[in-house]
Design a protein around this ligand. Sequence first.
Ligand code: ADP
Length: 260
Amino acid sequence: MTERAAPYYRPVAREVEIFEHAREAKLPLLLKGPTGSGKSRFVEAMAHKVSRPLVTVACNDETSASDLLGRWLVRGGDTVWQDGPVTRAVREGAILYLDEIAEAREDVVVVLHPLSDHRRELHLDRHNESIHAPPSFMLVVSFNPGYRRGFKELKPSTRQRFISLAFDYPAPAIEAEIVATESGVDAARAGKLVALAGKIRKLEELALAETVSTRLLVAAAQLMVRGVPPRLACSAAIVESLTDDRPTAAALQDLADLTF
Ligand code: ADP
């Protein structure tokens, strides 16, 4: 088996150190920050660094406890138990990443409580089994604290089970380095994209549901590398991804045209 290359992750603060201590101290970790700020990439890089499998589950309000833990299935004439992703992650001693935990229903979050404290246990009531997580198991969750914009909040009683790392869009020089490395675009255009992002992120009056992420800048740069003219790349990857409102789109495109 060939070893997979390490995912590229550019540390922004002391998040690597905190992750490593959290893992050794068996503390669950909450990554909070806006969409596209590097939370998932960070977990991928850390899982690779500590050589553990990563099990990622995107939470939403339709996810049930059985989706996560497992269920009985009828196969041929038999009923067989099938582990869900959370159960599998615990058995394997993997890193379990529950993305957007605040979107999960309360009954689902409650099932995770014994896993997130000193007990480190998962109770499979339907399978009449309790699993104790092996030392290598780690629970990581993410949360987008965009409370002003209609995202769900996380209950304080759940939040207090985790140590927390705040993610945000990195300082311009670091963000430009990420955009250039991820896309292969030259430093000049990476710098311009980040400068454009700086202007858009200051525009509170446009009332965007979410502002431009590092992910969108990387996408714009990827289009440019493929030969798409910069203004058109900004239109497709940034402007139209941020808004459907025509006047707002026109205002954003003006900024892009001024930059390129
Ligand atoms: P999130 O999980 O916060 O929504 P992601 O981890 O998916 O965001 O990041 C989106 C993209 O932004 C990544 O695919 C990567 O291209 C880029 N990115 C953001 N921050 C970093 C970073 N610190 N190092 C490397 N790539 C990053």
